[in-house]
Design a protein around this ligand. Sequence first.
Ligand SMILES: Nc1ncnc2c1ncn2[C@@H]1O[C@H](COP(=O)(O)OP(=O)(O)OP(=O)(O)O)[C@@H](O)[C@H]1O
Ligand SMILES: [Mg+2]
Length: 500
Amino acid sequence: MNEYGTVISTFDGPCTRKFSFVIKKGCVVRRGQFVEVSIEGGKLIGRVADVFKTNRYFMRPESVEKYESSKPMEEIFPVSNWEYLIADIVPLGVYGKGEMFEEVSFPPSPGTKVYEPDHAIISKFLGLDKKGLQVGELPYHNVSVRLNLTRLLQKHLAILAISGAGKSYLVSVIIEELLRRNKEEGQLATIIVDTHGEYVSFSEDSKYTDKIKVFPARDIRIGLPNLTSRQISEFLPKLSPAQVRELARFLREMKSKRKHFGINELIERIEEDEKAKSATKDVLVSVLYDLMQTGLFGASDHPLAKEIAQQGKISVIDLSSFISSRKKQMVVAHLARKLFNGRRDSKIPPFLLVLEEAHQFVPETARAEIAISRGIIQTIAREGRKFHASLCLISQRPIQLSTTALSQCNTHIILRVTNPYDLDHIGRSSEGITKDVINQISGLRVGTGLIVGEGVNFPIFVKIRKRESRESRRGIPLEEAAKEFSEGVKKKKEDAKSFM
Ligand SMILES: Nc1ncnc2c1ncn2[C@@H]1O[C@H](COP(=O)(O)OP(=O)(O)OP(=O)(O)O)[C@@H](O)[C@H]1O
Ligand SMILES: [Mg+2]
């Protein structure tokens, strides 16, 4: 076993909440690493909260200044022999008899040796699962971070970080892991709402082509005959309840006569109606024209819930061609509702709905015109776990994300976050995050993250593994994109010349 050092006696430790040890010469111990110490009744596992240096020769400012003004102190005293590294430890739990983990209720004795814990013990202690999704590795320990599928996803996952920190990259790693599972291990259906068309690259990768289906935004249709009055009122927040009732009546009438019809036919029917007030008719016709303009509504739904929810496969809803956020919200609201209802009636398999830019779809603000999809996503967040309908919310603005939805995400993976308001928000909405952990989030580098919540027993830092699938061209560096563009222009000119 790798020995790290010896527990020391300090002003207020060792106690059950913290202790320190002096690091053995030549030994590397870093912040975030795990350590093990024997105590009565078992082995205490702790995390290095900080590492600092001390040297008694430099403790008194007056003598340091005095000596240094004549000659460097190292020429007078053996100062380097008196430099020590000390690590502060936060005890996490005790691995006792019967291989159970207990709370720390007793401190280690000064003088006890500190070791690197056994890898199997770290894994067990942190709640990792040998058969789980392999997202990366624990920094400084050669331990693979495999997260149990149920613990990670059943009660929803949130991935939070500033732009460019690696959120989509991590999602791609998780997708690869989901696609690797076989039937016996249980396969989910995954649906990704891809606002930037980044995940389309999976379909260009020969290893994945048969497991990915891309649904471009322009092909998506919301079937008018299938809409309930509740959905209509969501899409048309300006209608009064009485107007919604009238519209629902027209829809019912149309449905009783035929199975397929479009907005045009509905408008015609309203215009020729003699019972409704003309003011109501005018309002309904005008909002329906407005809906028609979106080009989203048709005589039947496309795609169907069962087409986008297929076990062991990924469906990418490519919304990159939509500029209007209202249209994006309508599509998401409609698909999410169909998926949730399908799951409630057990008509489709357990699914994971991945929402990129989640703050656009489940915003904290309830302003009706920008919150069309908010209701249904919050419903899935609250009730989804009972029906095995899971969410993965991704956002670079956690503070704008609905607190209801975020607090229902029982696992958070946090990559680099720098905005103090966002950090504060994360500190309040992620359980079990201590101050020393929060302080490290703004210093995280691309490719490392923090996992907190249900997915693990204790907050852990993780080095995200390399992805195996092809990366989207959208992530290429600025220089390359600029070069590609000018080459494209040159080629077009040449083509035009040779044509003439
Ligand atoms: N674990 C990683 N290993 C290596 N490179 C990574 C890793 N994570 C991210 N990157 C690189 O960092 C860049 C940004 O990553 P990514 O697109 O995932 O960021 P993002 O958080 O999704 O940003 P945005 O909020 O703008 O969508 C990518 O070019 C990617 O190659
Ligand atoms: Mg992204």
